[in-house]
Design a protein around this ligand. Structure first.
Ligand code: COA
Length: 158
């Protein structure tokens, strides 16, 4: 697999983040919802860029992103995705580590996220990252599916 590097997201990444979100995550979020997430929490969005991508002032191709936010006094992961051909190469793990480090820097102690009850593979990924299933929210998603809320205590000394 291509080497990759991580960096904070910038405004010119928006179209690629929307593409990754819509292609990889079962969502009803519109492009405008995703733009709002980025604009409200730009410090908690990180992207993965293949090393082979030329660095230019125009938008770079992305292979993954993670989007976080502050919700209810703790860190929250709103979305994470890696393009299919780049999966199982630690891109997702590095992205989640990057947003967790930012939450630690900002003195948050817990990170939460929701997963569709049917998304077994996302659950296995989060469990590998030491997230623990916490509780179910019935009918959380607009199509009526339940969400399983995961939480992780993050080490503020790291
Ligand atoms: C979930 C996702 C981001 C993981 O990204 P990735 O780059 O493939 O994950 P990594 O390579 O960093 O995996 C890290 C660890 O999790 C494990 N893992 C990743 N996906 C897994 C899966 N589907 N089933 C079981 N384990 C999985 C890996 O084996 C690895 O474990 P290891 O440390 O023992 O080798 C990616 O599969 C994806 O984009 N899925 C679709 C979108 C999605 O479901 N997002 C989450 C809901 S918003």
């Amino acid at each position: 697999m291509d080497e990759f590097r991580l960096r904070k997201a910038v405004e010119s990444d928006l179209q690629e983040i929307i593409r990754l979100w819509k292609q990889n995550i079962k969502t009803i979020n519109t492009a405008s919802d995703i733009a709002d997430f980025l604009h409200q929490s730009p410090n908690y969005f990180f992207v993965a860029v293949p090393m082979s991508a030329k660095s230019a002032s125009t938008a770079e191709k992305l292979i993954g992103f993670v989007g976080g936010a502050v919700r209810g006094g703790h860190g929250h992961i709103s979305g994470i995705a890696v393009d299919k051909e780049y999966r199982n190469g630690k891109v997702g793990e590095k992205l989640i580590n990057a947003v967790e480090r930012k939450f630690i820097d900002d003195a948050f102690e817990t990170v939460t996220l929701e997963v569709r009850k049917s998304s077994r593979s996302a659950m296995r990924f989060y469990e590998k990252q030491c997230y623990k299933p916490s509780y179910i929210v019935k009918g959380y998603y607009a199509d009526g599916e339940d969400a399983l809320v995961y939480a992780k205590k993050i080490d503020t000394r790291r």
